[in-house]
Design a protein around this ligand. Structure first.
Ligand SMILES: N#Cc1ccc(Nc2nc(N)cc(-n3ccc(CO)n3)n2)cc1
Length: 287
């Protein structure tokens, strides 16, 4: 379909992974401009055939992402509808999903983790200022475009992925399974989706980042997960008190009590400074 300036025809290579109702493949986008053929490596997010009735929400997620642009938001080229297939064509982000990267690397430095957290907070602040709710903030939806390498003094670079099918359309069990990322207010009746919900999810994502991509409440069944919220529980606190405090402040059961994006960014800057001081304390000149 003629989606994005030139002609868009995509070819699928191997499957790279999957989201809730989608599978992702590496592919190639061929644009024809001024008679020239331009090939770009892309990521194809294909909506599962058995979830065809979600195609409008899938399309909505894609158009939300393609209507706004920010350095820490994924670039979505467009949607290609090939027969029964709904395909979202995205920029291919080099190192893929952050949760898998952290699990694989296992040794990402605290300063890199703080950089990633701050970039995610900047992306959230951008959406917040535009009054756009993402609704699916989690480490799987944070994509790593550049690795951090402390020895080379290069910092990591992340892109926030599309939210997928919006959470208010999902079955209750799918929402329950998204505990602890989904704000408790979404399990009320009626579910209240607000900008504050993204702050709760940011807290759960901070927990993932500083626990090397570990899945919080892994293998808990839906009944246990429901009780986690029912009894106002919190995730296991970090030994780093200031970080633990930030996570519990974001994961406040009262949506209105959660810190604003600006407060979160300021607190992260304080952690970055204090981490820097600790890191370089040995080099501090004798006072
Ligand atoms: N080995 C490897 C490898 C895998 C993926 C990428 N790149 C990428 N680019 C995107 N735009 C989106 C994604 N996603 C991955 C899971 C989801 C579900 O949300 N998205 N991966 C790069 C390397």
């Amino acid at each position: 379909a003629n989606i994005h300036q030139g002609m868009l025809c995509v070819f699928q290579d191997e499957c790279l992974g999957q989201g809730s109702f989608t599978r992702v493949f590496k592919g190639t986008k061929v644009d024809i401009r001024e008679g020239e053929e331009h090939r770009t490596q892309v990521l194809l997010k294909v909506l599962d055939a058995n979830h065809k009735d979600y195609w409008e929400a899938f399309f909505e997620a894609s158009s939300m992402m393609s209507q706004i642009s920010h350095k820490h938001l994924l670039l979505v080229y467009g949607v290609s509808v090939h027969g029964a297939k709904n395909i979202m064509v995205q920029e291919l982000v080099k190192y893929g999903a952050l949760d898998l990267y952290l699990k694989r690397k296992g040794s990402v430095s605290v300063s890199c983790k703080l950089d990633i957290a701050k970039q995610l907070a900047l992306a959230l602040n951008f959406l917040d200022e535009k009054n756009i709710v993402h609704g699916n903030i989690c480490a799987k939806n944070v994509l790593l475009a550049r690795e951090g390498d402390p020895s080379q003094e290069t910092s990591p670079f992340i892109k926030l992925s599309d939210p997928g099918i919006k959470v208010s359309l999902l079955d209750r069990n799918v929402i329950l399974d998204r505990i602890p990322w989904v704000g408790p207010e979404l399990l009320q009746d009626p579910p209240i989706l607000s900008l504050d919900s993204d702050k709760w999810s940011f807290g759960a994502t901070l927990w993932e980042i500083f626990n090397n991509g570990e899945t919080p409440l892994k293998d808990w069944d839906l009944e246990m997960k429901r009780r986690f919220y029912g009894t106002y529980q919190q995730l296991e606190p970090s030994q780093w008190t200031e970080l633990a405090d930030m996570i519990t402040q974001c994961m406040d059961y009262q949506p209105a009590s959660r810190p604003s994006c600006r407060v979160v960014i300021r607190q992260l800057n304080n952690l970055i400074t204090s981490d820097y001081e600790v890191l370089h304390a040995s080099e501090a000149p004798e006072r």
